[in-house]
Design a protein around this ligand. Structure first.
Ligand SMILES: [Zn+2]
Length: 413
């Protein structure tokens, strides 16, 4: 495979020029001829590829806690909620979400809005659904105090789900403030920040990452020192229920990209906001493709406002091309979204919240017997996203087509 990307081509020219100078200085005219003979086109030796699925706010309201109770077994069981999305989430190399609740442990501490606390069974179900990484720095991190925050991390550790954004103590924060994960030989550094904690004081001893320009600059520098292929920031910010980003989000995302973030995944507004992929220079002078989604919307909740009950799975593939010059080049390919809908099935004998992949259920690929009104709603959601994310989809397609490299990968919507 021959590399034709413009930026990389320019890099290649530069390298070739330096090599030519070296040959000419060392061997004179013979060196020049030798260079002409030996100068080969940059060839790709290896391609690594990591597919990521990202979803938004994982919320558990009172009615979800009630519907997860299994009276026969006398246990909480959230797995039915995720049974229809499990295949999509599990097939990604890395699945990411925002855990917007805590696991306080005691049954009397279980509650929905405004102070969220869910049974541990939620985390077990998220593991079952395929989650690998959850962000915990959000406005509900302190809902159950110091013990709630600590215990949530304990439960995540028990189920081997990676986490970032909150820390049990200063030492843990110092040691783990940059989370580095290896995904199919691609090194990813993760950072997570929240705009605040709903006015709740951050309990003494624990750490919640707040959006702060000094800390972000420090973290970015520490992250860069770990030499990741990609830096991904999980940003919890923005006005709720707005379908477009506000000035606060734009300002901080701008800063994050300047600081060297390659990917920003936004959460908190509870509805989906646009995404974009653009080539952009950071303050270190590196020009790279940067992928931003302003808000992933809700993953699961019992919210009923428009579009809060239908989020998306946002998926993309990070590719790392290693050349015979031992240089690496990162691209974002196969950018795709899949709308979801929370279906609250409620009869006198049965109450459940199911996450439905909209397109699967429109095509009737399930035995779940959906009422006609639900089918109509699925069609409406599909049409809504087609329109709402039209500009984003077109921008991505244009970007992918404009790059001479990685163009073969089509964006599918
Ligand atoms: Zn939030």
């Amino acid at each position: 495979m021959i590399l034709y990307d413009k930026e990389f081509y320019e890099k290649g020219i530069n390298l070739k020029y330096r090599a030519y100078r070296h040959f000419f200085k060392t061997f004179g005219l013979f060196g020049y001829l030798l260079f002409q003979i030996t100068q080969a086109q940059i060839r790709i030796q290896r391609v690594d590829s990591c597919n990521i699925a990202a979803v938004g706010d994982i919320m558990v309201h009172d009615s979800q806690i009630a519907s997860a109770w299994n009276e026969n077994k006398k246990i909480y069981d959230f797995t039915p909620s995720f049974q229809y999305v499990k295949h999509q989430l599990s097939r990604a190399d890395l699945t990411i979400g925002n855990l917007e609740t805590t696991t306080p442990g005691q049954k009397k501490a279980y509650s929905g809005y405004p102070l969220f606390g869910a049974p541990d069974a939620l985390i077990e179900a998220l593991k079952y659904a395929g989650f690998d990484l959850l962000s915990t720095a959000n406005n509900h991190a302190c809902d159950k105090g110091r013990q709630g925050l600590i215990r949530t991390l304990n439960v995540l550790d028990t189920h081997k789900i990676a986490h970032c954004g909150t820390y049990r103590n200063k030492k843990e924060y110092e040691d783990n403030r940059i989370l580095v994960l290896d995904c199919q030989h691609i090194r990813l550094a993760f950072l997570n920040y929240t705009y605040g904690t709903n006015g709740l004081r951050i309990p003494s001893g624990v750490v919640v990452n707040l959006i702060d320009s000094v800390q972000i600059a420090q973290d970015m520098s520490l992250a860069r020192a770990k030499q990741p292929d990609v830096i991904c920031v999980l940003l919890h910010a923005g006005a709720e229920y707005r379908s477009t980003p506000d000035d606060f989000q734009k300002k901080w995302i701008h800063l994050l990209l300047d600081e060297g973030a390659d990917i920003v995944l936004g959460t908190h507004p509870h509805v989906v906001q646009p995404f974009l992929l653009e080539r952009r220079r950071d303050k270190y002078g590196r020009i790279k493709p940067r992928l931003v989604i302003y808000s992933l919307g809700n993953f699961i909740s019992n919210q009923k406002r428009p579009h809060t009950d239908c989020g998306i799975i946002f998926s993309f593939t990070i590719k790392k091309y290693t050349t015979d010059l031992d240089r690496t080049h990162i691209t974002m390919e196969h950018i795709h979204y899949s709308p979801l809908m929370v279906y609250e099935a409620k009869t006198s004998s049965h109450h459940a919240h199911y996450l439905l992949p909209v397109h699967d259920f429109i095509q009737n690929q399930s035995s779940l017997n959906l009422p006609f009104s639900v089918h109509r709603k699925l069609l409406k959601i599909s049409a809504y996203y087609k329109n709402h994310l039209k500009s984003s989809s077109e921008q991505i397609k244009k970007f992918v087509q404009s790059q001479k490299f990685g163009r073969s990968s089509t964006a599918v919507f």
